[in-house]
Design a protein around this ligand. Structure first.
Ligand code: SAH
Length: 356
C-alpha cells in the first residue's frame, strides 16, 4: 500500500447532486405505480422512445395514459434538463454530441455501422481516474451523472441513428469511470434492458472499466450486462505508469475476478481493451504475455491504436506493428480484433472526449 491508496479507494464524493427522480431514470415498477398501471407505464415508455424530436420538456398528454395519471408523473419525474451545445459528424458517420446537463458538460458518441448503431455514453462529467493517455483525465472531475442522465444520452443519440441502423448497442466508454459511479450505472443498465422501451438486450450493453476492482466485482455479481476491462499493459510496472490506480489493484487480481465470474457460470465473454503505444506496450513479448494472461478465459481482445490528442507525448505504433501484434495474440489462441479509429477527425474516438 502506497501513499496514494486512500485516493484510489475513495476517489470522490459518491453522492449524486442531481435528483434521480426523472422519467428516464425511473424504474418501470415505480413508473407503473405512479401511473396506476403497468399498461400505462409501458405506453409512456414507448412514447418517450418514439417521440421525435426528443422532447425538451414533457407535454400535457401522452397516448395511452390518462391526463390525471400523467400529470402526477410530469410534475414529479420530469426529463433531466438537457441542451445540446455542439454536434459534429465525421466523414465516417460518427457523430459526437456535446451536452449541458444541469451545468455539467458531457459528450456522447453515435457510431453507425452496417445494420445497427452503437451509442457510447458518459457516466461522469470528467473522470475520477488519472490515466496518463486519456484526454478526459485532463478535465478533472466535475460530478457523477444520474442514471436518468446516462439513459437520456442514449435517448438523444438514438434519435440521430440512420433508419437502417437503429441504435441497439450501448457502451459505457465515454467520459468517466463507471465503477466509481456504480449505483447509477447499474440503474441505467437496468432502465435500458428492463421489460419496457428501449428494451435492449443485456448482451448489447457493455460497461468498460479501467480496473476498479471492488466496483468491478460487484458489477459482475449484480449486472447481466457485458464487461470490458481496459487492461492496456501486460505487467504491473508498465500499467502503474499509465494508470496510477493499478498500484492498488494489480493485473492478477483483476483477471482473477473475471475467472471467478466465469467459474460461477455467468456465460459472459470478457472484452479486454488494449490501447497500443509505440515502444511502450507493443512488443512481441507483450503480445505473448497478453495471450498468456488470458489463458482459460473466454476473452476477446480489442486492440485500440492510441488516439492522439494535444499535449500527449504518446504515439500509436505503425499500422504494420499493430497487425503483427494482433497476429501474435491470435497465434497464441486468443480472439483479437483491431479497433481502427472512428470519428478521430472530430475528436470522438476512444480517449479523445475532452469537450473540444
Ligand atoms: N474509464 C473507462 C471507460 C472510458 S475509456 C475505461 O477506462 O474503460 C474507454 C476506452 O478508451 C478504454 O478502453 C481506454 O483504455 C480507451 N482509451 C483511453 N484513452 C485512449 C486514447 N488516447 N486512445 C485510444 N484509446 C483510449
Amino acid at each position: 500500500m502506497g501513499p496514494d491508496d486512500s485516493a484510489a479507494h475513495a476517489p470522490a464524493p459518491l453522492q449524486c447532486p442531481v435528483p434521480s427522480d426523472t422519467l428516464t431514470g425511473l424504474p418501470l415498477d415505480e413508473l407503473a405505480s405512479r401511473l396506476g398501471s403497468r399498461t400505462r407505464a409501458l405506453a409512456a415508455r414507448k412514447w418517450l422512445y418514439e417521440a421525435r424530436p426528443v422532447p425538451a420538456a414533457l407535454p400535457d398528454r401522452v397516448p395511452g395514459v390518462t391526463g390525471k395519471a400523467w400529470a402526477a408523473v410530469r410534475h414529479t419525474a420530469p426529463l433531466p434538463p438537457w441542451t445540446i451545445t455542439d454536434r459534429r459528424t465525421a466523414p465516417d458517420g460518427t457523430t459526437k454530441i456535446a451536452l449541458d446537463l444541469s451545468g455539467a458538460a458531457v459528450e456522447s458518441v453515435l457510431i453507425p455501422a452496417k445494420g445497427r448503431s452503437t451509442v457510447c455514453v458518459s457516466s461522469q462529467a470528467g473522470c475520477t481516474r488519472h490515466c496518463a493517455f486519456c484526454a478526459t483525465a485532463t478535465l478533472g472531475f466535475t460530478r457523477h451523472l444520474s442514471a436518468g442522465e446516462i439513459v437520456l444520452q442514449y435517448l438523444l443519440a438514438r434519435a440521430e441513428a440512420p433508419p437502417d441502423a437503429p441504435a441497439r448497442n450501448v457502451v459505457f466508454m465515454g467520459m468517466g469511470e463507471p465503477m466509481d459511479n456504480l449505483e447509477e450505472v447499474l440503474a441505467a443498465v437496468d432502465r435500458l434492458t428492463e421489460e419496457a422501451a428501449p428494451r435492449l438486450s443485456a448482451s448489447h450493453v457493455t460497461v468498460s472499466t479501467s480496473g476498479v476492482l471492488p466496483g468491478m466485482t460487484r458489477f459482475l455479481r449484480e449486472s447481466p450486462a457485458q464487461l470490458a476491462l481496459s487492461l492496456n499493459a501486460t505487467t504491473d510496472a508498465q500499467r502503474e505508469q499509465l494508470m496510477p490506480h493499478s498500484r492498488v489493484w494489480p493485473i492478477a487480481a483483476l483477471l482473477d475476478a473475471l475467472r471467478d465470474d466465469h467459474a460461477r457460470g455467468s456465460g459472459r465473454r470478457y472484452f479486454i481493451e488494449y490501447v497500443l503505444w509505440a515502444d511502450r506496450n507493443d512488443s512481441d513479448a507483450d503480445a505473448a504475455r497478453l495471450a498468456a494472461l488470458l489463458v482459460g478465459l473466454p476473452a476477446h481482445v480489442n486492440l485500440i491504436p492510441h488516439n492522439a490528442f494535444a499535449g500527449s507525448p504518446l504515439r500509436p505504433p505503425a499500422a504494420e506493428r499493430v497487425r503483427s501484434f494482433q497476429r501474435l495474440v491470435r497465434e497464441n489462441g486468443v480472439r483479437c480484433l483491431v479497433r481502427w479509429p472512428r470519428g478521430n477527425q472530430i475528436a470522438a474516438a476512444c480517449g479523445q472526449l475532452a469537450l473540444s
